[in-house]
Design a protein around this ligand. Structure first.
Ligand SMILES: [Fe+2]
Length: 321
């Protein structure tokens, strides 16, 4: 377990110190300028800190894509997403996300309104997100915070019987099916969780539904155990959230209602840290022990732009049953 330091560092000690931000997890890391490459010992210290504290907050970081990629590479392989020929690789790896249009103004849209529900990044892949990095560039005057829920604390709070029930369970995670069928998020008439209708054209709606159909027919959703054993700390956490689509061995309606019940139960017993962003914040979080969600904001009138990277597991099947 990393020590949270309360005194300024000496020259021979670790170059960073940490102070707690919430009960039991989430720390602010002071003393590092991440625009400069960190040495291997510091990188190892940050990896351990992430495993121990789950959320690392770095303030006042002036970082371009190259610097963010260099930091992310200290944690693992970066999720590449789908490449369009016109997009430079570094902009694909360190992707700009938000509701800021090409004219620099808010456009009423979120890159992914799904982020408003509790989830673990890229759990719908055979290469689930290990860590996510988010660097704030433009922020709304109100809202747009990110909340983190400690799913290790949530597992610890369950009774032994409840823990055993979860440990016997596996779920498939399916982003597009969940989005389309479970919550109707991309129906043209669906209301955006942040308020109002989704601000996308009929053509885009049709394109999204085409993706859902193609995805349903061709995609083999990954199976993950409902209890994740953290590869560094060995601690157990509840690994469901709103990407979970089917429970193995149960008919879909029964499974999805069980997922809903388990999500409600685990979220009721967990600790939550709300990060209220400042421009220049870099937050790195551990997707293997947390769920997170974006809080709503006025997407039509307020800009929110972040640069985001997701570090994934390198080995296919590490988390699958
Ligand atoms: Fe996310």
């Amino acid at each position: 377990m990393a020590t949270i330091l309360s005194e300024p560092e000496t020259a021979s000690a670790s170059p960073f110190s940490m102070r707690p931000l919430a009960k039991g997890f989430a720390v602010q890391v002071d003393g590092l300028d991440l625009s400069k490459r960190v040495d291997p010992d510091t990188a190892a210290g940050l990896r351990q800190a992430l495993a121990d504290h789950k959320v690392l907050v770095f303030r006042n970081q002036d970082l371009d894509s190259d610097a963010l990629i260099a930091v992310a590479e200290q944690f693992g392989r970066i999720f590449p997403g789908k490449r369009k020929s016109a997009v430079p690789l570094k902009d694909l790896l360190a992707r700009l996300e938000g509701n800021v249009g090409k004219d620099g103004k808010p456009n009423g849209r979120l890159y992914d309104s799904w982020g408003l529900r509790w989830h673990s990044d890229v759990s719908w892949s055979d290469h689930p997100g290990v860590a996510t990095m988010l660097h704030s560039i433009m922020l709304p005057d109100a809202g747009g915070h990110t909340e983190f829920a400690d799913m290790q604390a949530s597992f610890d709070a369950l009774t032994p019987d409840q823990q055993a029930e979860l440990e016997r369970m596996s779920a498939t995670h399916n982003f597009w099916c969940v989005r389309a069928f479970r919550h109707g998020m991309i129906l043209p008439w669906a209301r955006h969780p942040a308020g109002g209708l989704h601000n996308i054209s009929l053509k885009e709606h049709l394109f999204q539904w085409l993706r859902v159909v193609v995805h349903s027919l061709t995609f083999k959703a990954p199976k993950h155990r409902a209890v994740m054993v953290h590869p560094v700390t060995g601690r157990k956490s509840v690994y469901l959230g709103h990407h979970a689509w089917r429970i193995l061995g149960l008919p879909w309606p029964k499974g999805i209602s069980l997922v809903n019940r388990l999500n409600r139960r685990t979220m009721a017993s967990t600790e939550v840290y709300r990060h209220e962003w400042k421009v220049g914040d870099l937050v790195i979080w551990d997707n293997q022990s947390l769920l997170h969600r974006l809080m709503p904001f006025d997407t039509r009138n307020q800009p929110r732009q972040m640069r985001r990277l997701v570090v994934i597991l390198d080995k296919k099947g590490v988390l699958t049953t």
